[in-house]
Design a protein. Structure first.
Length: 345
């Protein structure tokens, strides 16, 4: 339980006003995002059946919260950890054309999360997915989509400023793109998280490409499951990977702050390579989702998740995610936060 307490911290809004501001941010962001990326809203499941391969195993070690279903002979269901795979199945089921897509509210429970200023047991994010053409499977297109998302962030930040003029904008006009390998070369003596901090401090907003594949030092910048983002395919810039993380500099916590992970999704060929590289091929090749993908039944796509509470926390300059979402917190965390003018929901 690692916590950071900004010096002389004071909430920018009183609780009643903050609740309204949270709603305004969420309403505004999803409206503009759907317009920019041509997405339509769909209803998402809270849980899926175990053993289908549809649930996201994140970095591969997190346990999904599960329970037996009485009327299905005790078959186990799992609370979703993200909807990365489910969304791609729905793109195909709804026959959504290239250039268009869907988004949904994803609510998850991550029992293994280490609780701190920005991590909680409850996860809420906008999960989105968009059908693409074969010629769009490149870094140039990835950057185009990231810039659209970043423009939405800028517009929402201005909306917050108009409603609450004492919360002044901090985001730079443009986002910078850098590959994880380039960060390693620039900061060879630092850990991946330390490199993220330096990049975010330097640029204000950065998109780090290539999350999941080993870098030149033999280590990954960060873990990524092998069956949704494509992190193994060589790209036109001479590196591996068609995915990344969108990271901002958080002026309250004075640290790098991940707001979204996203990427161009695997093809049947890159899925097989990534499963084999991860030692998961034999384990997963027969699962429903993987059979569909390996069989060419799913459309090419790009997609990701954008944290709702994280977004509100950033725009309202909060020091703890518990200020903008209701969850369960250890009593010692609540008490430590109270001593620094932070009241958790």
């Amino acid at each position: 339980m690692a916590l950071s307490f900004p010096r002389d911290y004071r909430p920018r809004l009183v609780p009643e006003t903050q609740e309204q501001a949270i709603k305004e941010i969420k309403d505004t962001f999803q409206r503009i995002l759907s317009e920019e990326l041509h997405l339509r809203r769909v209803t998402a499941p809270l849980f899926v059946l175990s053993g289908t391969g549809i649930n996201d195993d994140l970095s591969g070690v997190e346990r999904a919260v599960s329970f037996p279903v009485k009327d299905m002979d005790g078959a186990r269901a799992e609370v979703v950890q993200s909807l990365a795979k489910w969304k791609r199945i729905k793109l195909g089921a709804y026959q959504i054309a290239p250039g268009y897509g869907l988004y949904t509210d994803m609510n998850a429970i991550r029992a293994d999360e280490e609780l701190d200023n920005i991590h909680s047991l409850y996860v809420d994010q906008w999960d989105w997915e968009r059908t693409i053409r074969p010629e769009e499977r490149n870094v140039a297109f990835l950057k185009e989509i990231v810039r659209k998302i970043y423009d939405v962030l800028l517009r929402v930040e201005q909306a917050v400023y108009r409603a609450h003029p004492h919360i002044t904008p901090v985001l730079p006009d443009d986002i910078v793109f850098v590959h994880a390998e380039e960060l390693l070369r620039e900061y060879p003596g630092l850990s991946p998280k330390e490199r993220e901090n330096e990049a975010a401090r330097k640029y204000g907003a950065v998109f780090i490409i290539g999350i999941g594949a080993p870098l030149s030092d033999g280590r990954k910048h960060d873990d990524r499951a092998p069956d949704y983002d494509d992190w193994i395919t060589p790209n036109e810039e001479g590196f591996a990977g068609l995915n990344g993380d969108l990271i901002l500099w958080n002026p309250v916590l004075e640290s790098a702050y991940e707001i979204s992970s996203m990427g161009i999704r695997v093809t049947p060929e890159s899925l097989e390579k990534q499963l084999r590289a991860s030692g998961k091929y034999d384990e997963r090749k027969g699962l429903k989702y993987h059979r569909m993908l390996l069989g060419g039944e799913l459309p090419l796509s790009i997609g990701g998740g954008i944290g709702q509470s994280r977004l509100c926390m950033f725009f309202l300059r909060c020091a703890h995610i518990g200020e903008v979402q209701a969850s369960i917190w250890p009593e010692e965390m609540r008490e430590a936060c109270r001593q620094h003018n932070i009241e958790l929901k």
